[in-house]
Ligand binder design. Structure first.
Ligand SMILES: Nc1ncnc2c1ncn2[C@@H]1O[C@H](COP(=O)(O)OP(=O)(O)OP(=O)(O)O)[C@@H](O)[C@H]1O
Ligand SMILES: O=c1ccn([C@@H]2O[C@H](COP(=O)(O)O)[C@@H](O)[C@H]2O)c(=O)[nH]1
Ligand SMILES: [Mg+2]
Length: 210
């Protein structure tokens, strides 16, 4: 990446759906706690949680050609091609009654972001970034025990490398407003998240609490 100017920044509001939708991207290393905290944001702030890794996993169960490709990419810790991911994500957004979304684990790289902005035409309100040291991520990954095929030592190393090389530049592009210290208890982490969401501009599309 040469400069932040490489990223698409211009908001195109030509689509109705885009004018209504409010999006927060939730990013952080593997096992930084995104999937643990997102249900709490749903409960307290009325967003719909779209976990892109899980949406991709559902596609692997469909038996489609894309599904087979996605399974291989996940096992290699690689980022699935943007047009596939954004197509699946856009469909999930359009099928939702809600128009407030926390999008967990996306965008993974600059191309993901550019494809999302070009296709979905929504700019995020902000990016919630779970900042956590690599040693803690590894400890959590090796202890997660949720039967994930990609939670093995070889794939874990690949996922961490991809995170540092491809996802961190996207995170660094956004302001630090949503940066959370994720190496604390689940409750302490949520207190910081609550503060960030509570400070959403009252005029913002995602501002109301429930
Ligand atoms: N604050 C925390 N302190 C200690 N352990 C945590 C904390 N938050 C989550 N965990 C644990 O760490 C593991 C990973 O959490 P989680 O699945 O929420 O991470 P994630 O960011 O969604 O990971 P991935 O990107 O791989 O989907 C889980 O076993 C979870 O219980
Ligand atoms: O936007 C995305 C999100 C995920 N992937 C692939 O899925 C796995 C697991 O994702 P988690 O968010 O850690 O659950 C990830 O390693 C990628 O292979 C993707 O390609 N694009
Ligand atoms: Mg997760």
């Amino acid at each position: 990446m040469e400069s932040p100017g490489e990223f698409p920044t211009q908001k195109d509001t030509s689509k109705n759906f885009s004018n209504e939708a409010s999006v927060v991207f939730v990013l952080g290393g593997p096992a930084s706690g995104k999937g643990t905290q997102c249900p709490k944001i749903v409960e307290h702030f009325g967003f719909t949680h779209l976990c892109v890794g899980e949406l991709l996993e559902e596609e692997t169960k469909s038996g489609s050609e894309n599904g087979k490709m996605i399974r291989n990419f996940k096992l290699e810790g690689k980022i699935v091609p943007s047009e596939v991911t954004v197509g699946i994500l856009q469909q999930a957004m359009q099928q939702s009654e809600n128009k407030k979304f926390i999008i967990d684990g996306f965008p993974r790289n600059e191309e993901n972001l550019a494809t999302f902005e070009k296709t979905v035409k929504v700019e995020p309100e902000f990016v919630l970034f779970f900042d956590c040291p690599e040693e803690e991520l590894k400890r959590r990954l090796l202890n997660r025990n949720q039967g994930r095929a990609d939670d093995n030592p070889v794939t874990i190393e690949k996922r961490l490398k991809v995170f540092k090389e491809s996802t961190l530049p996207v995170i660094n592009y956004y302001s630090s407003k949503g940066k959370i210290n994720a190496q604390r208890s689940v409750e302490q982490v949520f207190e910081d998240i609550r503060n960030v969401f509570s400070k959403l501009n009252p005029g913002s599309k995602g501002a109301s609490t429930i």
